[in-house]
Write a protein that binds this ligand. Structure first.
Ligand SMILES: Nc1nc2c(ncn2[C@@H]2O[C@H](COP(=O)(O)OP(=O)(O)O)[C@@H](O)[C@H]2O)c(=O)[nH]1
Ligand SMILES: [Mg+2]
Length: 314
């Protein structure tokens, strides 16, 4: 049995940045990692990112589905638009999932921990003939135990409606990924005073997700958006928040890739969700950080956003 994370979330939520940061962190702890790109359209993204950030090199993957099929090639060959090409490429990957299985097999033999960087288009996972089918084939052939790490960009918390739709997106991923789920709000380092002022509730509330009374957000939105109260939209928003609350499914860890403590906690939550005990923990600590102790920290205290306390007092 080998273990891994399937990292999903909207485009731009920080998946690619996270998988590389997590891989560096895990390798520094002495864990063998295999980073897999499952996005046939990823090159365009990484080129764009290189231009934006001035990075010298595109980030590399140990296994890359673009060596099997690239969305831009599919677009050229079959005269498809960007969305059609992506769907074609995902279906092609599913039909040729043996290719992926064979590419991953040597890493399974090394007992690697897998980090799958997925496309932002979650609809590619809704059909069994698409990326979901490819993942199922890998799981079956190689006995991988996954958790699904779902990233939600922190800026979505600054708009109640966007937060509600992000919650729904997270819940919908839970429906079609038959695996334990870990949810994190990414880019928490960008939550500054001005973003907090835009939020209807203290930032901690959004991270707490279903652990708080989510309908308090509906109250706050109705207070802020004059004219919302009594409308169908207000009722729908409230009902959706109640639904998320009732099922108690969603709560978010906080993530900022440059913050090793936050990164380590997310990794530790993923480990715990699949029952993975890193060798360093099993042997009583070793040189690494104990996943169990980090998760215990997460459970016992929201201490990783000290300034939230200041904000709450405002
Ligand atoms: N400030 C900050 N920026 C981040 C973080 N994670 C990702 N980003 C930036 O968010 C943008 C989108 O990230 P990317 O990993 O390409 O998102 P993806 O489309 O989900 O793979 C890039 O410009 C990243 O540098 C983070 O933790 N903090
Ligand atoms: Mg990406």
């Amino acid at each position: 049995m080998v273990f891994g994370q399937v990292v999903v979330g909207y485009a731009g939520s920080g998946k690619t940045t996270y998988v590389h940061a997590a891989a560096s962190y895990l390798r520094a702890l002495g864990r063998d990692v295999c980073v897999v790109n499952v996005d046939p359209a990823a090159e365009e993204n990484s080129r764009k990112q290189q231009e934006e950030t001035g990075e010298a090199h595109a980030r590399t993957f140990d296994v890359d589905v673009r060596h099997l099929i690239r969305a831009d090639d599919a677009a050229r060959e079959h005269k498809l638009g960007p969305n059609g090409a992506l769907i074609y490429a995902a279906d092609y990957l599913c039909a040729n999932s043996d290719w992926l299985v064979e590419k991953l097999r040597p890493f399974v033999a090394r007992n690697c921990y897998f980090l799958f960087d997925c496309p932002g288009q979650l609809e590619l996972f809704q059909s069994r003939d698409s990326l979901r089918g490819a993942l199922e084939a890998v799981t079956k052939a190689l006995s991988v135990r996954w958790c699904c790490l779902h990233l939600t960009d922190s800026h979505l918390c600054a708009d109640g409606f966007k937060y509600v739709s992000a919650l729904l997106c997270t819940l919908s991923a839970m429906l079609f990924f038959d695996a334990p789920h870990v949810c994190a709000i990414s880019k928490c380092d960008l939550v500054d005073a001005s973003m907090r002022r835009e939020m209807d509730m203290p930032f901690r509330f959004y991270r707490g997700g279903a652990r708080g009374d989510l309908t308090r957000l509906a109250d706050a939105m109705e207070y802020r958006h004059k004219g919302l109260r009594g409308t169908h939209l207000a009722q729908l928003t409230r009902n959706l928040l109640e639904l998320a609350d009732d099922y108690g499914l969603v709560s978010f860890a906080s993530l900022a890739v440059e913050d090793t403590r936050k990164l380590a906690r997310v990794v530790a939550l993923c480990d715990r969700s699949v029952g993975y005990v890193p060798a360093s923990d099993a042997e009583g600590g070793g040189g690494g950080v104990s996943a169990a102790s980090l998760v215990a920290g997460e459970d016992s205290d929201d201490d990783d956003d000290d300034d939230d306390d200041l904000f709450d007092d405002d």
